[in-house]
Design a protein around this ligand. Structure first.
Ligand SMILES: [Zn+2]
Length: 217
């Protein structure tokens, strides 16, 4: 009988310590904030937020994009020196070796979504990391409707854009990458706004800096 009680207590203590170590492992300090979608943890790892793309800040003689600094500042105000929780999806790393993650604060808020909801980044879907795609797109639509950040003072001429339903990217009609889209994956938009609204992100080759039309004033 006593043996059973000891065994039971041992299991309880084991589960408690195991959970504690798991929890401790999942919380990290943010050492620095690079921009609106990238941070460095105190252990030196670079984290790229999943599902979003924020405008660039000034780096390597590249000029900052509109709202780049604002996005960085907003991100910094939320996570700098804070403990954050990381959640991963299927692909763990991007092509630069950065860890891909969803970032949560102690109050449970998802930073990736908050940045999009404020209009400081657009939704960038990429298979197979799709866990929060519908939430992120919902946040983007709210930001667009409220004309926040990159969506404020939006002006663009109507044009024709080719979307790829598979990759969820949209292109100028003349883009050679866009032309590789199979016929059954093609979808056409008459404005960038419409493409963004449907959750498509601009091709880096043919629309490298033009995702914020009001910057071309
Ligand atoms: Zn393109």
């Amino acid at each position: 009988m006593n043996r059973n009680i000891f065994f039971f207590l041992f299991i309880i203590v084991f589960i408690f310590l195991y959970n504690k170590s798991l929890c401790a492992e999942n919380w990290f300090n943010v050492k620095s904030v690079i921009d609106g979608d990238t941070i460095i943890l105190s252990d030196g790892r670079h984290i790229r937020y999943i599902g979003i793309n924020a405008p660039e800040v000034e780096h390597n003689e590249q000029k900052a994009q509109p709202y780049g600094e604002a996005a960085k500042q907003f991100n910094k105000n939320m996570v700098f020196s804070e403990k954050v929780h990381l959640e991963f999806d299927k692909d763990r790393f991007d092509q630069y070796g950065r860890l891909l993650a969803y970032i949560f604060l102690k109050d449970g808020s998802l930073i990736n979504a908050k940045i999009i909801a404020q209009g400081y980044a657009y939704f960038l879907g990429r298979s197979p990391n799709k866990k929060y795609d519908s939430l992120l797109l919902q946040c983007q639509r709210r930001a667009m409707s409220g004309h926040k950040g990159i969506w404020s003072r939006w002006r663009e001429k109507k044009d024709r854009y080719l979307g790829n339903q598979h990759s969820k990217r949209f292109h100028l009609i003349k883009c050679s990458y866009g032309r590789q889209t199979s016929k059954k994956s093609r979808i056409f938009f008459s404005s960038k706004w419409d493409a963004f609204w449907e959750g498509y992100a601009p091709c880096k080759k043919c629309l490298p800096e033009y995702f914020i039309p009001q910057s071309v004033e």
